[in-house]
Ligand binder design. Structure first.
Ligand SMILES: O=C(O)CCC(=O)C(=O)O
Length: 206
């Protein structure tokens, strides 16, 4: 495990191969209920280079209007499937946060050209809650900065089975994915990478 004193923890190999396979199968089942969608960015309408879906009472969506949370899938209009117990157990075991997450955003990086530009997760009310990040499949070159966009950034590889926790100050740090090391893992039947982030969206009642 590595920890940077700013609330960021990285746990390589936290998930063994069997657990990773279990999570991949779980995502496939969730995607039957809530299909992966290619969102577009507000205003420009430019498509993301990755596909997304969600589990939970809240799902993160993007369209020409805004980035926001929605209780229903933007295409099917149905509520998102529940967050599986396995993921809730990871959250409860690895974060000290006393309330469950409400969203599991699932990103599918299919291969070459798939990336996520530097951004902060700031559409949640409960920004005091950590974010738990799970990587499956191809290694990502992850970029982590500081609280301001202009802060210095560093990049490092994040392999399948790694969990990262962004708590404390690091919760609001800029971050993104530069690219994949395409073909570095055989976990996903068609290659690529899945990333799951567990998020608390609403602020729990006092
Ligand atoms: O794919 C990743 O590891 C980063 C995901 C992320 O930053 C996000 O979903 O906001």
């Amino acid at each position: 495990m590595s920890s940077d004193g700013e609330g960021f923890r990285m746990l390589p190999d936290h998930l063994d191969r069997t657990r990773q396979q279990e999570l991949v199968a779980m995502v496939a089942a969730l995607a039957q209920e809530a299909p992966f969608t290619r969102y577009v960015m507000p205003r420009t309408g430019r498509p993301f280079s990755i596909d997304m879906t969600n589990a939970g009472s809240q799902g993160w969506i993007a369209d020409r209007q805004s980035y926001r949370y929605s209780p229903v899938h933007p295409v099917t209009g149905r509520p998102w499937p529940a967050i599986p117990a396995l993921l809730l157990d990871l959250w409860r075991g690895l974060t000290a946060y006393p309330h469950d997450p409400e969203c599991c955003l699932i990103n599918h990086y299919r291969g070459e050209g798939a990336k996520l530009s530097l951004h902060r997760d700031e559409d949640e009310e409960a920004t005091e809650a950590p974010i738990l990040n799970i990587s499956l499949g191809d290694t990502a070159i992850f970029r982590l900065g500081g609280p301001r966009r202009e802060d210095k950034t560093r990049s490092f590889p994040v392999a399948s089975g790694t969990i990262m926790v962004f708590a404390g100050p690091s919760r609001m740090f800029y971050h993104g994915v530069d690219r994949l090391r395409v073909g570095s893992s055989r976990l996903l039947p068609d290659g690529g990478r899945l990333n799951l982030t567990l998020r608390r969206v609403t602020r729990p009642a006092a």
